[in-house]
Design a protein around this ligand. Structure first.
Ligand code: SDX
Length: 427
């Protein structure tokens, strides 16, 4: 199948079909408007490929997620987050020497410009960490001028390393500011995940002991959230980047989009939902609300635009939840009890089966993050820390794509036709 024929009013237009390495082929509609005067219409992009990419592949029907061809469960089990960052950025798993060099380069960019810490005192203490992150990441454009020229490959590399390296520091500072504790500087002797937990949970008055089980869980959570094809926030980063905006501004735009409860904000919303349900006996009431056409309530952490099967990340997340709760000696967590029973009921309910609604990554992540000691308000900020490498990798791919141009969609206009101005006395 190499072309599609579109016939409008008897006029046939040939549209080339392009094949991917795996997954659906695409109809190239580039010539459509020129040849037919028609636009396509797909407001949620449910059938639209916005770009060509080699980074992440998702098979929603089979519940498959590949980072540069490697299955997410293998990377989560055998790899670590820095290795995953290298893979997403450069397309291949690093050799031992390449990994050591990459770890070192990221480590030596974890500190932020000291003056940036003054931004935090401008926020109210109860400011949502995502509001802080949107602000301070955007402000990086004002501090790192030597890595904002996107035409310079070296500056693109430095900006990428700075974003990946500094996001944990900025997020940890948002948390510390939120709880009124002093900022903790990064330590170069710690791994990426251990450093993040250290910057969040250590205090100057006592030594911090790294817990290898919790560190491994944090690292795995970062791997699971690292990239996910052309999701809403990644598409936001690509669109912002297509105008030539600097990388810090583009990532700030991605953070803003991720905050929404239909996207990255769902982990915070899912835990709040589990808290609202409270006990297993109240689950039927919420299931009924989720099914009701008149009630806007949805089961947060359920459903996905692409996955019409179990989100492969959710399975790994569930395993991680049990590891963390066991390590912390947390038995019979009421929220986990509600989550497991809610999942069991939902997966046997005709409504959820017919609409192919399964738990997604956000369903279990909140329970794990709460057990690790994070407040609910930090959950989406943690998602942003992990997703930064995916955003950066996709931004880099777009900038380096010779065929890329500014993204400028058109519309179906249904507003008023041309009409003349009417002076006020005549209205
Ligand atoms: C993430 O895109 C990505 O890759 C995102 C992400 C990533 O890694 O970047 O995977 C991260 O955002 C995961 C998704 C987190 N969001 C939530 O958990 C919020 C709850 N889920 C829904 O809001 C919803 O499922 C979406 C937004 C995730 C997907 O919505 P779609 O694909 O636009 O589907 P839809 O809203 O058209 O729903 C289809 C039907 C509707 O019923 P009908 O109008 O056809 O009768 O399913 C129903 C919906 O009402 N439905 C739900 C539901 N999700 C969809 N009903 C109850 N509870 C839900 N959670």
């Amino acid at each position: 199948m190499t072309k599609a024929i579109l016939t409008v009013d008897g006029q046939a237009t040939e549209l080339p079909i392009r094949q991917g390495s795996i997954g659906p082929d695409v109809v190239d509609i580039g010539p459509l408007y020129k040849d037919t005067g028609l636009f396509t219409y797909d407001p949620g992009f449910t059938s639209t490929a916005s770009c060509e990419s080699k980074i992440t592949y998702i098979d929603g029907d089979e519940g498959v997620l590949l980072y540069r061809g490697y299955p997410i469960d293998q990377l989560a089990e055998h790899g670590d987050f820095m290795e995953t960052c290298y893979l997403l950025l450069y397309g291949e798993l690093p050799t031992a020497a390449q990994k050591a060099d990459f770890d070192r380069r990221v480590t030596y960019h974890t500190m932020i410009h000291e003056q940036m810490s003054r931004f935090y005192s401008g926020f109210r203490r109860d400011a949502h960490p995502m509001a802080v992150l949107v602000g301070v990441v955007g402000a990086m454009s004002a501090f790192y001028h030597d890595s904002t020229d996107i035409a310079d490959p070296h500056q693109r590399l430095i900006a990428s390393l700075r974003l990946i390296a500094k996001m944990p520091t900025l997020a940890a500072m948002a948390y510390k500011y939120h709880i009124g504790q002093p900022f903790v500087y990064p330590r170069n002797s710690l791994s990426y995940a251990a450093n993040f937990l250290y910057m969040c949970f250590s205090v100057p008055s006592e030594d911090y002991v790294v817990n290898p089980v919790l560190t491994r869980a944090m690292d795995r959570i970062f791997i699971l959230h690292a990239d996910h094809e052309q999701n809403a926030s990644t598409s936001t980063v690509r669109l912002a980047g297509s105008s030539g905006a600097n990388p810090f501004a583009c990532i700030a735009a991605g953070i803003a989009c991720l905050w929404g409860p239909a996207h990255g904000g769902a982990n915070e919303a899912a835990l709040n939902m589990l808290r609202e349900i409270g006990t297993v006996d109240r689950i039927p009431e919420f299931i009924a609300r989720a099914k009701s056409k008149t009630d806007p309530f949805r089961l947060m952490g359920f459903g996905h635009r692409v996955y019409k099967n179990y989100d492969p990340r959710a399975k790994i997340m569930q395993q991680t939840t049990h590891e963390v709760l066991n390590e912390l000696g947390i038995k019979d967590d009421p929220l986990l009890e509600v989550a497991i029973e809610l999942e069991r009921i939902a997966l046997t309910d005709e409504y959820f089966i017919e609409k192919k609604l399964y738990p997604n990554i956000d369903f279990y992540s909140g329970i794990t993050l709460k057990a690790l000691g994070f407040p609910t308000s930090m959950f989406t900020a943690l998602f942003a820390v992990a997703r930064t490498v995916g955003w950066v990798a996709q931004w880099k791919e777009m900038v380096e794509d010779p065929s890329q141009k500014i993204g400028r969609p058109r519309q179906l206009y249904t507003g008023a036709e041309r009409r003349d101005y009417v002076p006020v006395p005549d209205r």
